[in-house]
Design a binder for this molecule. Structure first.
Ligand SMILES: [Zn+2]
Length: 257
């Protein structure tokens, strides 16, 4: 019932998208999870649409590293981010990105790679990348960000456990990859102003949900992203208005859970 309600609200938001008056910003940060993994998950985008996304992005935007999306440029900018460090990223998305010379950021829940927690995506039973795979991809140009250690809802944790999550993840990244992460991604996209203070002590930048475009004045500790869902075969509509209503609705509801 809850899922049905969610689906119809999101469907309504999708239909109302063309009425959104907000003009496009100068950049869009896309959030992918799985590509062609055939899990049936709502964030598992099929292979052909993924390749068409990349075709469109290269033709119509400058695909830049996450840090650069904040700077306005002559063309629309896009940044590619991938969450949860599934081995699927290593097997499917990364070889394709590499072949096209496109930058990307992978947000890694370090406890998933360590085998301390199961899949960060409920209902998706897929393995994580190994540390050696992550080292290999890092050497090939992949940017690696922190996604905490155990992927909890940080809003529900007492302050000292939030601190431990952030510090442990940085320590594991430093130990295994030789460098801590500048970029951070809130697990389950649960964020808040008070969490931003703690996050800012460990990281230079953080991404949140919200469905908005990046524009002049976007705060580095609250860089908005638009998650790509399985039905999003065409990426172009995400760039036409400055607010992607479907994600804005989902993100607003998410902050109350
Ligand atoms: Zn995640």
């Amino acid at each position: 019932m809850k899922t049905k309600l969610k689906a119809s609200v999101l469907g309504l938001a999708r239909r109302a998208q063309r009425l959104v008056p907000v003009p496009p910003g100068h950049g869009v940060v896309l959030c992918y999870h799985l590509v062609g993994a055939e899990t049936g998950s709502e964030v598992d985008l099929a292979w052909d649409p993924f390749r068409r996304h990349l075709d469109w992005l290269v033709a119509h935007t400058d695909v830049v590293p996450l840090a650069e999306v904040l700077r306005p440029g002559p063309r629309a900018r896009s940044a590619l981010t991938f969450d949860d460090a599934f081995r699927n990223f290593r097997e499917r998305a990364w070889p394709e990105l590499r072949a096209r010379g496109l930058p990307a950021t992978l947000f890694v829940p370090t406890g998933f790679v360590d085998g301390e927690i199961g899949s960060p995506l409920s209902g998706v039973d897929r393995p994580a990348c190994s540390w050696s795979e992550l080292r290999e991809m890092q050497a090939e140009g992949l940017a690696i960000g922190s996604h905490t250690h155990r992927h909890p809802n940080l809003r529900r944790l007492p302050r000292e456990r939030v601190e431990r999550e952030l510090a442990t993840a940085q320590e594991r990244l430093r130990d295994e990859l030789g460098t801590a992460a500048d970029d951070f991604c809130y697990p389950q996209a649960k964020h808040s102003r008070s969490l931003a203070g703690a996050v800012g002590r460990h990281h230079a930048r953080a991404v949140v949900g919200s469905g908005r475009h990046v524009r002049q004045g976007t705060e580095p500790l609250a860089i908005p992203r638009i998650p790509v869902r399985a039905h999003q075969h065409d990426v172009a509509p995400l760039f036409r208005r400055g607010l992607w209503l479907e994600e804005w609705v989902a993100d607003t509801a998410r902050q109350y859970r």
